[in-house]
Design a protein around this ligand. Structure first.
Ligand code: ZN
Length: 274
């Protein structure tokens, strides 16, 4: 169910003291906590440092494998005091999908492919784990391309009947050459032509919030370039491991992949299918 955007959650969220239960955030979901405290300097969820705006808003990503039930965010204020924000992790059942991939190398990669994608994953990991300065919260984000949702976040995938990692992003299908825009302002942190993701652009939105847009036919942004929301960064294609032309959008917050639908002002209620 994707009827809740973070905007609704943000207006409902209350700053609560230890013990009280606040809102629910779905596995793989995202919420904004309004603390109404401009002296908020840091927030964390377990070991994970969370993005905090200068207006006292905390960005709370919930891992799709997070344990359902009570969880809490630790808040730290300028005077050194601390508080706890309690919330509930709501269990979510992710759909299963069976795909037939024509090129068997994408299902059972050759040793040189493994070496290649391991190297590429390391380059991506550097961006995912970065924590650069954030000028403003990058929400709500914009849908990166006009098209239909062809596969949602978190789908448990079987490629040629073999189980693989869950779908790390949202797929939007559109004809090759359809423009792809930056979902929010940021800095182009990485571009390239990768084994699984094809031609891709990684955008650092600041504070560990990163978008990856993959399978492009053309990349039209350069590493180091600053982009505004809506700026052209590439074109839809079918490069890398795909079954057709689409853009794959990963949204990562502090290394935790979340459903990009939660970052939009108006999430799509379409579950899947074009
Ligand atoms: Zn995808």
């Amino acid at each position: 169910m994707k009827t809740h955007s973070i905007w609704l959650a943000a207006t409902l969220a209350l700053f609560v003291s230890i013990g009280a239960m606040a809102e629910s955030v779905r596995q793989g979901g995202l919420s904004l906590i309004e603390t109404h405290r401009t002296d908020l300097v840091a927030a964390s969820l377990g070991e994970q440092r969370l993005p905090v705006s200068d207006k006292g808003v905390v960005v709370l990503p919930v891992d799709m494998d997070a344990k359902p039930g009570e969880a809490h965010v630790t808040l730290e204020f300028a005077d050194g005091s601390r508080a706890t924000y309690n919330f509930n992790v709501e269990a979510h059942t992710f759909r299963e999908e069976r795909l037939q991939i024509a090129n068997q190398r994408y299902v059972e990669p050759h040793p040189e492919d493994v070496e290649r994608y391991t190297r590429e994953a390391e380059r991506q990991e550097k961006v995912y784990s970065s924590f650069s300065e954030m000028s403003a919260l990058p929400f709500p984000m914009a849908v990166p391309t006009n098209g239909c949702r062809s596969s949602e976040f978190g789908v448990r995938r079987f490629l040629n009947d073999q189980p693989r990692s869950p779908h790390s992003g949202l797929d939007i299908a559109a004809p090759t050459g359809t423009p792809i825009i930056a979902p929010a302002a940021g800095r182009i942190a990485l571009t390239g032509d990768f084994f699984f993701s094809g031609k891709l652009v990684m955008i650092d939105h600041g504070a560990g919030i990163v978008s990856v847009l993959g399978h492009m036919s053309e990349v039209s942004a350069e590493e180091g370039q600053l982009v505004d929301q809506g700026d052209l960064v590439g074109e839809v294609g079918a490069t890398g491991r795909v079954t057709g032309a689409h853009v794959h959008w990963t949204l990562s917050i502090g290394g935790v992949r979340v459903d990009p639908e939660f970052a939009l002002e108006s999430p799509s209620s379409q579950v899947t299918g074009c």
